[in-house]
Design a protein around this ligand. Sequence first.
Ligand SMILES: Cc1cc2nc3c(=O)[nH]c(=O)nc-3n(C[C@H](O)[C@H](O)[C@H](O)COP(=O)(O)OP(=O)(O)OC[C@H]3O[C@@H](n4cnc5c(N)ncnc54)[C@H](O)[C@@H]3O)c2cc1C
Length: 397
Amino acid sequence: MTASAASVPATPEQTTDAEKQELEAQILDAIDRWVEREVRPIAREFDQADRYPAELVEQMKELGLFGATISTEYGGLGLSASTYAKVVSRICEVWMAPTGIFNSHLIMANCVERAGTEAQKAHYLPKFATGELRGGIGLTEPNAGTDLQRIRTTARRDGDGYVINGTKTWITNGIQGNCLAVLVKTDPTAEPPHKGMSMFLCEKGPGFTVGKKLKKLGYRAIDSAELVFEDFRVTEDHLIGGEEGRGFQQAAGGLELGRINVAARGAGMARGAMKLAVAYAKERETFGKPIAQHQAIQLKIADMSTRAEAAKLLVEEAARKFDTGQRCDLEAGRAKLFASEAAVSNATDAMRVFGGYSYSTEYEIERFYRDAPLMCIGEGTNEIQRIIIAKQLVAQS
Ligand SMILES: Cc1cc2nc3c(=O)[nH]c(=O)nc-3n(C[C@H](O)[C@H](O)[C@H](O)COP(=O)(O)OP(=O)(O)OC[C@H]3O[C@@H](n4cnc5c(N)ncnc54)[C@H](O)[C@@H]3O)c2cc1C
């Protein structure tokens, strides 16, 4: 594999709509070329071997993906959520897992850009944008995922800093990353508990170790890890925003963009599975004609296409609203819910179209079938999305 990633142009602050569209077309073109040249040829092999795609990571740095949504003033590409979602979808049409390498990282960066002190923004964001520092977010613990107020990791005040103790699990980029935004309790006795929660930027060092690499059904080649903090010391300037008690809101504040990310992944996978199924249905013949000409197969193709397109439109709507600066948890929740379920349904329908070959690791479709369900879990499970959507609608009516 050669390092041939074309660089993606940054988005200047002042641009007309026509210039923005032109720029977006250039960006997507660069991504499409990279995906075809570098991602598609290795996807099956790296997924099956659960091997980290280190060369892709170097190319992502060249493309600027580690700074995709970071403002240009800090060295990022300054992409809107709308353009970023399209980038993510294009990659996921072929292989979802590599987007996890920069998605989680950008949620950490977004947290710093939104809630960090000026000193934290100046120090971290340029390093995040180049990928010199990269990682993700550490919220989940063995006993607490959805119910984050039950986490047990603590940061105890000690001199001019804090001492962190606890265990995080399922952390994307936990092994290959070198910096993570970690949710802790600075006041474990606070009531309600979220008032005693804070986020710290933790760079790997003594006391911050990887417990184990987790084995997974899908989303392979990307590291998911348990992380252990044992008397891990940080100075107080690692506390995001410089004030205790804001961690829960800071974590929740990243969820809108996070959900748009996951929705974009789902929409891309829904389309990717459909494309694989259509191509196969045109090639495979039974009873003297391509199976694409059998009505039973056509019905599946129509359903897959409709789901993929609806998912794409919901993602676009949520991203557009996010870009206006308006609250969009309803739209992001709907997009995440629908697009992730569309990915699962399309992967399942595509498996039917492939018949026995769907079960072979020689074909790409089985990877979609293993990868898609994760989209229903990450960034708030789909059960929780439904609750958020319903609560918003009831409150509005
Ligand atoms: C591959 C992978 C990567 C991940 N990456 C990260 C990461 O980078 N960082 C990170 O912090 N976490 C990460 N996670 C963790 C993920 O965010 C959690 O798994 C998720 O939030 C769900 O938490 P849980 O697994 O503890 O499930 P639980 O919270 O135990 O939920 C179990 C079930 O109960 C349902 N449920 C829970 N509460 C309610 C309720 N009030 N009403 C109705 N239903 C409810 C849930 O929807 C679910 O169906 C990752 C997980 C995976 C599998």
